[in-house]
Design a protein around this ligand. Structure first.
Ligand SMILES: [Zn+2]
Length: 394
């Protein structure tokens, strides 16, 4: 994976409004609208109160990020997500106390106006943002302004993995893919992968605890955004003996279905696995994460491919898991594949990523949203976990 990204942070002039919040009550976003005008694209966010907001832009790909305080999102699912200069948009929690809207632009564009219009008549307060097409040069020139915004929380330092005491049961860390401002894949019925993965992770926790032979921890327990490397750091600092990342894919061809299990490898086993890893590795970019400093971090935390042992354990678990899941899930032709997933790169924690199926396929989506089949899949994963540790006499 290579994030060869020019990320720059700036605060566009006039982008911060220090209007006081009208009330301490929870702030609600009721709608998000895109208006395409001849000379600009306008984004309107209907809110229950006035807010402070900050806007910055990220290049390659061109994005505009709007940071807001915590918001309860009650935007209609059918709200338009593209138009004019906006190729796509996402919204959701970014970190505690901080909601975020990320706009993917069709090309370089500058925010020429961003203003809160106070409530009047039938209208509640609105945040209005106007974007005009610009040249790449102008976009980058704006980005070169010195950053005035406080940096996002730094990545956790890389420390030695926490060790389990002999009396403790092995620890399994379950990682529900995506979350918050990063919805992941979107299902045929409009369900988000982030919800499916969290629901499934909770079920797996329940199933493992029911068998009673391992401890369990989740990397996230709510709809929040967690950067990929922080997920790895959570597993290591908790002293994980096994890390299981849970996902569900989507694809344009709605007939494609089936699950797959992935483990880390420097060289992907095939093009499809490589493409999937590249897609999953985009999560941080999708959330508008400031990727500064990642290169150093990558060198220190990331795989040392000499650590074959961990990779062998990961492969062992995948081999144990395939026959268990096969009884319940339609599996891809090659059910165990290899690729460079960032989230699997803890050098000392055996890690697998499960793609449970395709949310773009009606049957798979039904299976992944039905409580009954979810429970059965969770029980199968828990059995495989048990067998894996038994084989190691843990
Ligand atoms: Zn995913």
């Amino acid at each position: 994976m290579k994030f060869n990204i020019r990320y720059f942070l700036i605060l566009l002039t006039g982008a911060v409004c220090f209007l006081p919040s009208v009330a301490m009550a929870e702030l609600v976003a009721r709608d998000i609208r895109i208006g395409v005008h001849r000379d600009k694209t306008r984004l309107v966010l209907d809110l229950s109160g006035t807010v402070r907001h900050q806007i910055f832009a990220l290049a390659d790909p061109y994005r505009i990020v709007v940071d807001l305080p915590d918001i309860s999102w009650q935007v209609p699912a059918a709200a338009r997500r593209q138009g004019g200069l906006i190729a796509g948009l996402r919204y959701g929690q970014y970190q505690t106390g901080n909601a975020r809207v990320v706009l993917d632009l069709t090309g370089p564009g500058l925010v020429v106006k961003s203003v809160i219009i106070p409530a009047s008549g039938n209208h509640g307060p609105r945040l209005v943002i106007d974007i005009k097409r610009s040249t790449r040069q102008a976009f980058l020139a704006k980005l070169r302004l010195p950053p005035k915004q406080p940096r996002p929380a730094p990545a956790p330092p890389v420390t030695a993995k926490t060790k389990r005491t002999p009396s403790q049961k092995p620890l399994v860390v379950i990682d529900p893919g995506h979350g918050g401002v990063d919805p992941g894949a979107i299902g045929i019925s409009g369900i988000f992968e982030k919800r499916v993965s969290l629901g499934m992770a909770r079920q797996v926790r329940k199933a493992i605890l029911k068998r009673g032979r391992q401890r369990v921890r989740l990397t996230r327990v709510r709809d929040s955004f967690i950067p990929l490397r922080r997920r790895v750091a959570i597993a290591r600092s908790a002293g994980a003996d096994l890390f299981i990342s849970i996902h569900a894919d989507s694809i344009a061809n709605r007939r494609v279905r089936g699950g797959g299990i992935y483990t880390l490898s420097e060289n992907a086993s095939d093009k499809e696995a490589a493409a999937l890893a590249a897609k999953e590795n985009r999560a941080d970019l999708i959330a508008g994460l400031n990727l500064k400093g990642h290169d150093d971090e990558v060198t220190s935390i990331l795989i040392d491919l000499t650590q074959r042992e961990t990779m062998n354990y990961s492969a062992n678990f995948a081999t144990t898991l395939v026959p268990e899941l096969r009884q319940l899930i339609h599996m891809r032709r090659k059910p165990h594949r290899f690729a460079g997933f960032v989230v699997l790169k803890a050098p000392d924690v055996p890690s697998v990523l499960i793609e449970l199926g395709y949310l773009s396929n009606r049957q798979d989506e039904r299976m992944l949203t039905s409580p009954k089949s979810r429970a059965a899949i969770a029980a199968a994963i828990a059995r495989a976990v048990d067998n894996y540790f038994k084989a190691q006499k843990l």
